[in-house]
Ligand binder design. Structure first.
Ligand code: PEP
Length: 288
């Protein structure tokens, strides 16, 4: 059974002075068993958020705490890369990282090939990686959305020996190192969302590409999240789809009320899927 994941992308918001208290508030209001919660603040807030989340009050009733993620990572381990942060530098600060976010593709000119290098650097450092993919509006409207996402995945993952990268921790309840976030670019920060059925169709297409690329387990163990203007009002549409395993949340993730609503619904989905699977919702996941 794939775990349900709600990841918060705070983008370029919060400061070291206020990030810890926001993280603690969100953590203590989202204590649903069976849901993996990840907060991805700006680099400079990682330490403050990590410290705040060590507080026992934020652990869910299944003992799971809130995990911390970075929003980006450099592809090289060290060197003359002014202003950059390597995967090794995140040791002790983050256990997850987002790569390939459309805002970085747009603003920093990141290509699939570069994102693939970041992904492998993150993997080598033992970070769980959320790889973002998604089409532009004109690409969806012209019926090319699945082809675009297929090409992005091949560009990011195709050069890698996925068999050698492995998945780690596969099996019931495990969280593999790779998670894919399907984020249609036209839905990010716009208040527009994809339809649940379209996101589910894309999740199926993503897993077909992973199979074609030789992903161990055929990609069935890889969680696929939806991202794009998710709120507590829209999350149900996505979690109702068995192929969608949670959400990457941007704007709404800065609002504790919204996060409480989103994770509450994710908790219901986790419990329902665990019931179908014959396992207890409160089983602690194996973190490979
Ligand atoms: C994101 O940043 O990944 C995102 C989906 O943002 P928003 O929820 O604001 O659309």
């Amino acid at each position: 059974m794939r775990r349900i994941i709600v990841a918060a992308n705070w983008k370029m918001n919060t400061t070291p002075a206020d990030a810890g208290s926001l993280a603690r508030t969100i953590g203590s209001r989202t204590r649903e068993p069976g849901v993996i919660r990840v907060i991805c603040p700006p680099y400079v807030c990682l330490a403050a958020v990590g410290d705040a989340l060590r507080d026992g009050d934020v652990a869910a009733t299944d003992g799971l705490g809130v995990e911390v993620g970075a929003q980006n990572v450099h592809h090289e381990p060290a060197g003359a890369y002014t202003g950059e942060v390597s995967a090794a530098m995140l040791d002790g600060l983050a256990t997850w990282v987002i790569v390939g976010h459309s805002e970085r593709r747009r603003d920093a000119g990141e290509t699939d090939e570069l994102i693939g290098r970041k992904l492998r650097a993150a993997r080598a450092a033992g970070l769980r990686t959320i790889l973002c993919v998604g089409e532009q509006l004109d690409e969806r409207e012209s019926g090319r959305a699945e082809a675009i996402v297929d090409a992005q995945l091949r560009g990011c993952l195709g050069g890698a020996d996925l068999g050698a990268l492995g998945l780690d921790g596969t099996g019931a309840g495990a969280v593999p190192w790779l998670t894919i976030a399907y984020e249609p670019v036209w839905a990010i920060g716009t208040g527009r969302t994809a339809r649940g059925a379209d996101a589910a169709a894309m999740a199926g297409a993503i897993r077909r590409t992973l199979i074609a690329l030789g992903m161990p387990g055929g990609g069935e163990d890889v969680p696929v999240l939806y991202g794009g203007s998710v709120t507590s009002a829209s999350i149900d549409e996505f979690l109702a789809e068995p192929s969608i395993d949670g959400a990457l949340v941007g704007g709404a993730s800065l609002k504790p009320d919204e996060m409480a609503g989103i994770v509450a619904r994710a908790g219901m989905t986790a419990a329902a899927r665990a019931g179908l699977d014959g396992t207890l919702a409160g089983d602690a996941p194996a973190m490979g």
